[in-house]
Ligand binder design. Sequence first.
Ligand code: NAP
Length: 644
Amino acid sequence: MIIIVTGVSGSGKTTLGSLLSKKLRLPFFDADDFHPKANVEKMTQGIPLTDHDRQPWLEHLADNIKAWESAGGGILACSALREHYRQILQVVPSIVWLHLIGSKDILTERLSLRKGHYMNPGLLDSQLETWEEPEYGHRIDISKTPEEMVVEILKIDEIIMPSLHFGVIGMGVMGKSLALNLADNGIPTAVYNRHVEGKEEKIASTFATENLDLPLLKGFDGLEEFISSLEKPKKILLMIPAGNAIDMQIGQLLPMLEPGDIIIDGGNSFFEDSKRRYEELNSKGFHFIPMGVSGGEEGARKGPSLMPSGNQEAYDLVSPYLKKIAAKDNNGAPCVSFIGNSGAGHFIKMVHNSIEYGEMQTLAETVHLMKYGLKLSYPEISRTLKSWTNEGLKSYLLEITADILLAKEGKNFLLDQVLDKAGQKGTGSWSLTTALKYNVAYSPLSEAVTARMLSGNKDEREELATFFGHRFGAFGEDKVIPIEKIKNAYALTRIINHEVGFELMNQVSLTENWNLNMSEISRIWTNGCIIRSTLMENMVALYKENSSLLKAKQMKTKIKELRYDLSYIVGLGIQHNYALPVMSAAINYFYGRITTDSSANLIQAQRDYFGAHTYQRRDDPNGPFHHSDWKGSIPKVGSMEIGY
Ligand code: NAP
């Protein structure tokens, strides 16, 4: 496609042509740059060019137009005032003429503002006299802004938009940010949002118009147009709510797609749903990539952590794009990796979110202990948390918590205006049911979900607080030792939260045959995502050599050092009426995992006593199951039975 933008001097040919060139990804040429030196000198002196002067210049341009067309097209800004000139340029059939039309006042004003151009403003009258308005082509009103003109021009049927490389459906918080990220990284991107009469209209096209500085972004209000704008194989990223919306959206898309096209679900879908969708779409010849995305709005815009799964073949087709938009780790490598087959990507995103729940609750408990137990002010707590970032505890969540504690609304701290009621949905509760299903101990992270559930009963909490006269106790005057102990308790709880999440991944990976690589998962979580931290950076190396943080030699001394403080703080907190669900579950989990002598022998005995469930023996741990007559095995001492 060749576009020629015509009009007298000052009509804005260069500005408009350059903008269009970005939008259509066609090279831009200014006819003035092709004038021979003699012509430029004449124009600078205010001497009008004759047709004799123009002839070689126009013929030279015509030769170039043919070359540009064979090379894929171009946009030329050229006054082409007379029909005769235009006929010389009409050397290929695919020319779209755009004629810039405006009043003499506008043109004079624009010329008077123009600096460093050899066109003498005095020539405007002669140009206007020379102008022969053609009946073909498109008249463009120059009283509009260049951006408005571009929007109008792109609606012209003959203007063929080049195929776009990537499509994003769902212009909510995440979809918009990812689309901007894609376009910003040089990826021609189509965007679409559903149409809801009277409520959600022209969301995508308005969004693209609001972002004209990103010419590679194109908005569509019709799904069919959106799909046909994409090059093959079509790559479509869904950023819409999990559940039915995904099935319905896929259902609408399939009739418009061809086998080999790729649908990526970047939302927080339940991995069991993703497994089902993967099978269904694969059986029809389509690619489906369940992909976890973490980083929130800012991460999505500047570089998220991406967790794609499905199959390697489909991943290879999209990985060049994903690598461009992903966050980069400390070595500059993109925080994206093929996670595993089928729904593995959504599974690990669920675990990521579950660890996030645990980390957030641990921080909430930590701040609570400092606020009420140590009677520290928010700025004091914030300073303390910030100092921890230099002591090996740096994490995104710690940093934002330190910020939150300083935020004010007038004279009040904003945090104190926030209702103490949190909810849980999706990934939080799914991680619990998954841990139960796969028989993985998950108490610290499940406590983080439970804590949110309890917080939700605000009215009942207030009623019971009065009923029981509940209030938090202060720890006493000496703040120095407890702060260090709270820090250590926080540090060990974090290690255990991560251990628990990664244990779930280990177990599910074995069962599902996903071969999840824990070191690589840690690596892609070192940047862009919400649970990025120094600990996560250390885990990249630790998981290369160990299957568990608790088994890593490098962690042993540290954990041994921290565990007394976690026990101490949990004990102290509970004595002073604090609920510390994650911290206490963490220390319980830890002792439960490292003891040689668990209390489960009594559980087994009880089961066998009342239900003949049988038990295995310590002297033959892998041997057969036994049943005992427990009552009959109680020795008699005199007339009194032992065990009353
Ligand atoms: P959001 O701001 O609420 O946007 C949701 C988008 O989906 C909107 O464009 C909405 O269109 C569209 N939508 C809603 N129902 C739909 C339906 N039935 N069919 C088609 N489109 C529908 O949500 P978001 O925060 O961008 O999240 C999108 C997905 O990413 C979710 O799965 C979310 O869990 C996940 N995620 C979110 C974050 C985050 O930090 N926000 C981080 C990672 C992952 P309308 O405007 O027409 O309603």
